[in-house]
Design a protein around this ligand. Structure first.
Ligand code: MIC
Ligand code: SF4
Length: 643
């Protein structure tokens, strides 16, 4: 009676059992990294002294930091290419496509575990893989053959019935779910899709849904592997990778929901959260300034074909800047060959390279006070690079229809020809460099001057006495903590430099405060650290001397990243204590060497003369890791013992 998740976990389990909420460890079959998190991950792999990766497959993608306005990003790419060749890792060159789109096309396999240093790794759940995002250090550990630790998630069933109407897309399915469950609704859970409606969705449509499961905070999301999956793999010339996967009929779930696809309408997530969803009819007619189509959520061949069909013979409205980034070289090649790209170009669309681009603020920041419609997955405050912009998330059909009219538009009212599924995909893997074990020893790893040494934390002291340097509200994202964008991303391999940007748009003098107080404590509301997997949101605060984060609750990946870098993640037991604590209060943590799993701790607020009760969800291993000042210190200590 197992679910799909339980079947895959059972096969990969190295510690623990399927009891919900308990720690488990899994073997990882495949890993992926991208260039914004990859440099750190490979520096960590090198620090572990690993020669060749131990996974079945590891791929390093270049897709985020592709704007080369200085030498930094190009140097990182060279490092990534050479370090991949040295350690047995496939290397997908800049221009070959967005990691999740290319991985879905060329590598992801049903029934396998995939760990990626990017929060949208669950995209591969669309093909039936158990695909999870993690910090770069966890991915480096997986490449080194170490298991991946996580909390056994609850399993949620989402039954899809009916069929989508023309103009309604799989993006609207996940936006609907986000409106029901919120950005916290998936924390600690895997979302499994089933039902007759699943059969009406192609693998890339399924992948749009599992991709944005990350916005629910879910550990991952997964679809069955069925005849649709088999056909997709066959068209990708990967028939041998097909294995069937579905939940047993009597599988038991922790929660369940039903969505009737035939009743859905186009939806839109309003600023500044992916769960701030309304139906398009509520905002139809609002003038817009920008439409950006692409990202790992919506850049598949069929997405591009729908966009081209809507744009055909028309021109983008004069007030709208329209950008299109096809998700991969495969997609770009196909639309170039069948003429769809010509329709896009004729419409005045600005065709961008097959990368993340505007999604991560790598260019195309909209005008002041803009209304920008994007087919992406995140519209967090400031992420576009224009703080005053109003970014909304929509389907490709809504974006294309609105680009033409210049106002938010319902694609159901537009006359366009529905595209046909391709008979086959163009297969050309020449931009993916295969590692050659025989030549690995001859490879010289090239490091540019911006690639600095990894900073290490110190061991945890028994007593910490530090001020609260910042108090923030609920749902703080990693974009708040460690902003991205074209100006900051080039410093992803230079922690000293990037740490100056921590909390830039929330508290401009945060780095200075840390410096003046020789570090301190952060206090936060619920779901702290939601969003990306970027470990820089833990590593850079660690570098600034942050010792602990006390929150109402944490997002999964960020919680793990804090532990990896030796920052204590603690939780308020009483809401009133969150309300009472203020910036500047000095807190004293005592007896930290006595920290035990499941045992609450007390902390003295020396300024207020009060005592605060805190809980945590740290395992024995987490506590040991923290005591060493992080995972790398612990691994090094283990290695020293063995030698
Ligand atoms: C994102 O969408 O926020 C990113 C950029 O892809 C991140 C990774 C990063 O910050 O490098 C993610 O989703 O994990
Ligand atoms: Fe790239 Fe955007 Fe996808 Fe992150 S969400 S991987 S930045 S396309």
């Amino acid at each position: 009676m197992p679910t799909m998740t339980e079947k895959i976990i059972q096969k990969h389990l190295t510690e623990g059992n399927l009891e919900r909420g308990k720690k488990i460890a899994l073997t990882i079959d495949q890993t992926l990294t991208q260039d914004a998190t990859g440099t750190m991950a490979y520096l960590q792999l090198e620090a572990m002294g690993v020669d060749q990766v131990k996974t079945e497959l590891s791929v390093s993608y270049v897709d985020h930091n592709t704007l080369q306005s200085g030498f930094e990003n190009a140097d990182d790419h060279k490092y990534l290419q050479t370090v991949a060749a040295k350690h047995g890792i496939y290397f997908s060159r800049a221009g070959n496509g967005i990691c999740h789109q290319v991985h879905l096309e060329r590598f992801a396999k049903p029934g396998k575990t995939l760990l990626g240093s990017d929060s949208h790794t669950p995209t591969a759940g669309g093909i039936g893989a158990l695909a999870m995002g993690a910090g770069g250090l966890d991915v480096a550990c997986a490449m080194a053959g170490r298991p991946f630790y996580l909390t056994m998630p609850k399993i949620v069933k989402v039954e899809l019935t009916g069929r989508l109407n023309k103009g309604v897309s799989s993006k609207d399915i996940i936006l609907k779910l986000l409106s029901t469950l919120s950005v916290k609704g998936g924390v600690g859970k895997v979302i499994e899709y089933c039902g007759e409606g699943v059969k009406t969705l192609s693998v890339p449509q399924r992948a749009t849904i599992t991709n944005m499961g990350a916005e629910l905070g879910a550990t991952t999301s997964i679809f069955p592997s069925d005849e649709i999956t088999e056909a997709f793999l066959r068209k990708q010339q990967r028939s041998e990778d097909f294995v069937p996967l579905c939940a047993d009929d009597d599988a038991v779930y922790d929660e369940s929901y039903t969505i009737d696809l035939s009743t859905l309408e186009p939806m839109i997530a309003m600023p500044h959260s992916p769960d701030n969803v309304v139906s398009i009819s509520e905002v139809e007619g609002k003038p817009i300034d920008q439409c950006s189509i692409g990202s790992c959520t919506n850049s598949s061949y069929m997405d591009m074909m729908s966009v081209a069909a809507i744009l055909k013979g028309k021109v983008a409205n004069e007030r709208v800047s329209l950008t299109i980034s096809p998700g991969s070289k495969q997609v770009l090649n196909m639309i170039a060959q069948n003429g769809a790209l010509a329709d896009m170009i004729a419409s005045g669309a600005r065709i961008l390279e097959s990368t993340c681009g505007p999604c991560i603020g790598m260019g195309q920041s909209p005008i002041t006070n803009a209304w920008s419609l994007r087919t992406f997955n995140r519209n967090f405050y400031g992420r576009s690079g224009t703080l005053s912009a109003n970014v909304c998330l929509v389907s490709p059909e809504v974006a294309a229809a609105s680009a033409v009219s210049g106002v938010i538009s319902d694609p159901r009212k537009v006359d366009y020809e529905l595209p046909q599924e391709p008979q086959e995909f163009i297969i050309d893997d020449r931009c993916i460099i295969k590692p050659c074990a025989a030549k690995a020893s001859e490879v010289e790893v090239i490091r540019g001057p911006n690639i600095k040494e990894l900073p290490m934390n110190q061991r945890l002291s028994d007593t910490i006495e530090k001020p609260v340097l910042l108090k923030v509200e609920d749902n703080i994202t990693t974009d708040h903590i460690m902003p991205a964008g074209a100006k900051v991303l080039p410093y992803r391999s230079n922690i000293e430099k990037i740490s100056q940007f921590v909390f830039r748009d929330v508290c401009a003098d945060f780095a200075q405060r840390c410096h003046d107080n020789n570090g301190g404590i952060i206090v936060a509301g619920s779901n702290y650290g939601q969003g990306s997997s970027r470990e820089h949101a833990a590593l850079a605060p660690m570098y600034l001397g942050i010792k602990a984060v006390i929150a109402k609750s944490f997002a999964r990946i960020h919680h793990a990243n804090l532990i990896n870098f030796g920052i204590l993640p603690l939780q308020f037991v009483n809401e009133a204590d969150y309300d009472a604590v203020e910036e500047g209060d000095v807190l004293r943590f005592s007896n930290l060497s006595m920290l035990k799993p499941n045992e609450p701790i007390t902390v003295d607020n020396l300024t207020k003369g009060t005592t605060i009760c805190l809980s945590h969800s740290l395992s024995e291993l987490d506590i040991t890791t923290l005591s060493y000042g992080g995972t790398l210190n612990l691994i090094k200590a283990e290695q020293n013992k063995q030698n």
